[in-house]
Design a protein around this ligand. Structure first.
Ligand code: F6P
Ligand code: MG
Length: 473
């Protein structure tokens, strides 16, 4: 079911695939080992500690195999249906070695194999080695969180009081709505610049710099494909045609912490502006690509916002401390918490996990592998795919010519799918499509752009694409 275009391989020294396999994954595995080691150290039950140590050994073994370029071994059966398909594909790919394998397959395999260690243990089922890091990074996003909470509350209050449309013609109101829609979407887009799997190369300070409104303004020119207007038209059209009917928007989530926070900002905005009546959020079933959202991350985020003062001032196991929040800051964050919790209670903000999102394959396979999910997404006015990995899966992480139309590169999710796809992605991998002729070449010529040898400009998260496909033709 996959496209014929070859995929990026970890053996290609000019691709971010090889940097990932040789530099990033060992660091990620070391981090996982350290985390578990720390937790095991606090455990008093000997049997549980022993069980934990055995997982540490398995993680260390996988790291050894990765660093010594051993073949990927079949996954142990942890009772979930996707294991057979991972293993079948591994055999079909000829039992490849870590440094000569399709990047997308190997990276999914890495996280799925980690999951089997925990799922097959007695005492550590459901343990998330990335949870600490996810929460502490969210905490360190505090300046941007507070800035956005204040901005959002003002907007919501203006909308409620009607001052935002006072004395304006319908055209002016629509224009204002379009601008606001773009602003909300840009907030949500750049929230993706800071996923934790890249923390191996970014500092907390770098991350904070990327999150504020100044950074966003400066980055507008870095959105090299921008289909937001087409997305806005689609939503307006739905609003006109189904004024009182259900209008659903889906968000296929990416990272937790700050990115989930901005996804919820967008969701809350779409609901309060009447651009959608229901938002369906799609998290991952298991810890995935370090920082991806699991259902627990969603509830942890809401809980932290219920009492932001306690959250920010409580001692945690990092050496960072935060000054107390001002009263108004507490109120702004709680305003968001109350609105989101209400939406959640009213069934307007729904969280719907599906095992398809953590399978190894690209989304070209969705109609065959998860036909009910494919059908379900057709019910949505707009399906927003967040982040780099979703983009790689939409396009099969393949070596498309960068001028290939987005619709072509997403295959069965594109024309005639009946699914309106919108991808928000800051570029953190080689694959990119939908560019005007000459753009890739131009970006390669920039400092650190990679020149003729590599598409390095696309690895850093500095550039972004917002691509839309209307599911027709
Ligand atoms: O490119 C680095 C990387 O970790 C990729 O492995 C992965 O596709 C991506 O970033 C994860 O980013 P995101 O959280 O945006 O999907
Ligand atoms: Mg991610």
């Amino acid at each position: 079911f996959d496209p014929k275009t070859p995929q990026f391989l970890t053996s290609d020294p000019s691709s971010f695939a090889s940097v990932s396999a040789s530099d990033r994954w060992p660091v990620i595995l070391t981090g996982a080992i350290d985390d578990l080691h720390r937790t095991v150290g606090t455990v008093t039950d000997d049997e549980k500690a022993k069980d934990g140590k055995s997982i540490i050994e398995q993680l260390a073994k996988m790291k050894y195999e990765l660093q010594h370029n051993r073949p990927l071994t079949p996954l142990e059966d942890d009772g979930e249906a996707d294991i057979a398909s991972y293993n079948k594909e591994l055999a079909e790919r000829g039992n490849p070695k870590w440094h000569d394998v399709a990047w997308l397959y190997a990276e999914c395999y890495l996280y799925r194999r980690m999951e089997t260690f925990f799922a097959l243990s007695k005492h550590w089922k459901g343990y998330d080695v990335f949870a600490r890091q996810k929460m502490s990074t969210f905490k360190s996003s505090r300046p941007a969180v507070l800035e956005l909470a204040t901005r959002y509350r003002e907007l919501a209050q203006d909308a409620e009081s009607g001052v935002s449309s006072e004395g304006k013609s319908p055209e002016e109101v629509e224009q204002a709505q379009r601008l606001l829609f773009s602003e909300m979407c840009e907030i949500c887009l750049w929230g993706n610049a800071t996923d934790l799997s890249l923390l191996t190369s970014l500092t907390y300070e770098d991350i904070q710099k990327l999150q504020g409104s100044e950074a966003r303004k400066a980055s507008q020119k870095n959105i090299i494909v921008n289909d937001l207007d087409a997305a806005f038209e689609t939503m307006q059209k739905a609003r006109r045609e189904k004024k009182d009917g259900e209008r659903r928007v889906d968000i296929v989530l990416d990272n937790s912490g700050f990115e989930l926070f901005v996804d919820l900002i967008l969701a809350g905005y779409l609901l309060s502006a009447g651009l959608a009546t229901t938002i369906v959020l799609h998290p991952k079933r298991l810890p995935w690509f370090v920082s991806d959202v699991t259902p627990k991350d969603f509830s942890d985020l809401l809980n932290s916002m219920a009492d932001p003062q306690a959250f920010y001032t409580a001692a945690d196991d990092t050496d960072k401390t935060y000054p107390p929040l001002a009263e108004k800051e507490v109120a702004d964050v709680q305003f968001l918490f109350e609105q989101w919790s209400q939406f959640h209670q009213d069934g307007k903000l729904i969280i719907r996990p599906h095992s398809f999102w953590t399978t190894q394959g690209c989304y070209w396979r969705m109609p065959h592998v998860a036909p009910e999910l494919f059908e379900d997404l057709k019910e949505s006015e707009l399906v927003l795919f967040k982040g780099d990995l979703n983009y790689r899966k939409l396009t099969n992480d393949a070596e498309w010519d960068p001028t290939t139309p987005f619709k072509t590169a997403i295959g069965p999710m594109g024309p005639q799918s009946g699914i309106r796809v919108l991808a928000f992605r800051t570029c953190k991998a080689d694959v990119v499509v939908g560019l005007p002729a000459g753009e890739d070449e131009k970006l390669r010529q920039q400092p650190n752009g990679g020149g003729a040898d590599a598409r390095k400009w696309a690895w850093s998260g500095k550039w972004a694409v917002v691509s839309f496909s209307d599911g027709k033709q």
